[in-house]
Design a protein around this ligand. Structure first.
Ligand code: SF4
Length: 377
């Protein structure tokens, strides 16, 4: 019910672009690897306890990889301590300063976000690449419409998808000329049309894994929508090996939104996918309040599974057929509980939240046990 829909529902099939696989620490990116979710800390990197706390919160919310800014030497020093405490691989965000790149690789960064074309002489580029090689560090080339090279702006007149693609390919060439192939690439823009066109062009021009993002997307609601449209379209086309949703919000929110986008497309599964109706006068219980409470109460569940919370019998039984646990509102202050798609028992509305949490926890434990048994066999 929770993981076989793709093989039996061909209209849900997404054929992923074939990319090379690289490693970011112990997280594979590209090839057949699951599409990873990233975020970035917004604390001062030199505030080690605050940054570690943010990395841990992001990891707890499901981040596979976290990026940390390394603007100065003190941040490179702090990075070493943060790496030691981080449950996930860290990407060091470097702009222009080749020394920071070397220091970050030495400090244990799993990946450097650095544009080789922007760090100066070929010798400096070689030094950074050598440091990355020596410390099993991959590189992310990060093209951004807002910071394109001057000669490309002159050539194209303004930031355009073609200018971004050319910038990306120029940076790629530098790494390849240095026989360095452990890299991925992003080409972000805050305009979804520009980002989508640039990503499509790059996806055709290289087999490097692609890091997707709509940059400076905005606040929680508007940024979520923009990211869902931009990233959603590309992912649907099969483009993208790792994603970062950029929001003017807590990194934990970025992780949640990243997951929700992947979950909507069936590309990644984590936690409880709640299917709920918008509610109307027919509802047998307060759907909106119930869903709000359940979202919080079920945050600890990491097992991929589905739960339907539907106000009445118009859509309730149909949705419940396709979910692991279901509740459909009825009359007289009670509703019907469905387990594994089958009608099971009645439950009063005032006890339903505790009861549903219990049923979801039970089903999650069963799914985990089934998974462990299948792996053992
Ligand atoms: S399922 Fe029932 S309660 Fe929910 S929106 Fe539809 S008709 Fe209204």
């Amino acid at each position: 019910m929770h993981d076989t829909l793709h093989s039996i529902r061909p209209w849900r099939q997404i054929d992923r672009r074939k990319s090379r696989r690289i490693m970011v620490g112990d997280v594979p990116v590209g090839g057949d690897a699951p599409i990873s979710v990233q975020t970035m800390t917004n604390t001062l990197t030199t505030d080690v306890p605050a940054t570690i706390a943010q990395v841990q919160a992001a990891a707890e919310a499901g981040a596979d990889i976290v990026r940390v800014s390394v603007p100065d030497e003190a941040s490179s020093k702090a990075l070493r301590e943060i790496v030691r405490e981080s449950p996930v691989p860290l990407v060091a965000d470097i702009h222009f300063h080749y020394r920071r790149g070397i220091e970050a690789a030495e400090a244990g960064a799993a990946c450097l976000r650095i544009n080789p074309g922007n760090i100066g002489s070929p010798d400096r580029v070689k030094e950074v690449i050598q440091a990355a090689r020596d410390h099993q560090c991959s590189i992310r080339i990060g093209v951004n419409a807002g910071s394109l090279e001057k000669h490309l702006l002159e050539k194209y007149g303004e930031p355009t998808p073609d200018a971004m693609i050319e910038s990306g390919l120029d940076h790629i060439r530098i790494l390849q000329d240095n026989d360095f192939h452990e890299f991925k690439i992003s080409c972000k823009a805050s305009d979804v049309f520009m980002a989508a066109a640039a990503y499509q062009g790059l996806a055709e021009a290289t087999d490097a894994p692609i890091h997707l993002g709509i940059t400076e997307a905005g606040g929680l609601t508007s940024g979520t929508i923009k990211s869902a449209i931009g990233l959603g379209n590309l992912l649907w086309m099969g483009i993208g090996d790792t994603v970062r949703v950029s929001l003017s919000a807590d990194p934990v929110e970025e992780v949640k939104v990243g997951y929700e986008i992947l979950k909507s497309l069936g590309l990644r599964h984590r936690g409880v996918n709640i299917i709920s109706c918008p509610s109307c006068a027919r509802q047998g219980f307060d759907v909106i309040k119930t869903v709000e409470k359940l979202e919080t109460r079920l945050e600890h569940i990491k097992t991929p599974m589905s739960l339907s919370i539907i106000g009445c019998v118009v859509n309730g039984p149909g949705e419940a057929l396709m979910t692991d646990v279901g509740f459909t509102g009825g009359g007289n202050g009670s509703g019907m509980v469905y387990l594994a798609g089958k009608q099971s028992h009645k439950m009063s509305n005032d006890q339903m939240i505790d009861h549903i949490v219990e049923q979801v926890e039970k089903r999650a434990a069963e799914i985990e046990a089934e998974g462990a048994q299948a792996a053992a066999e």
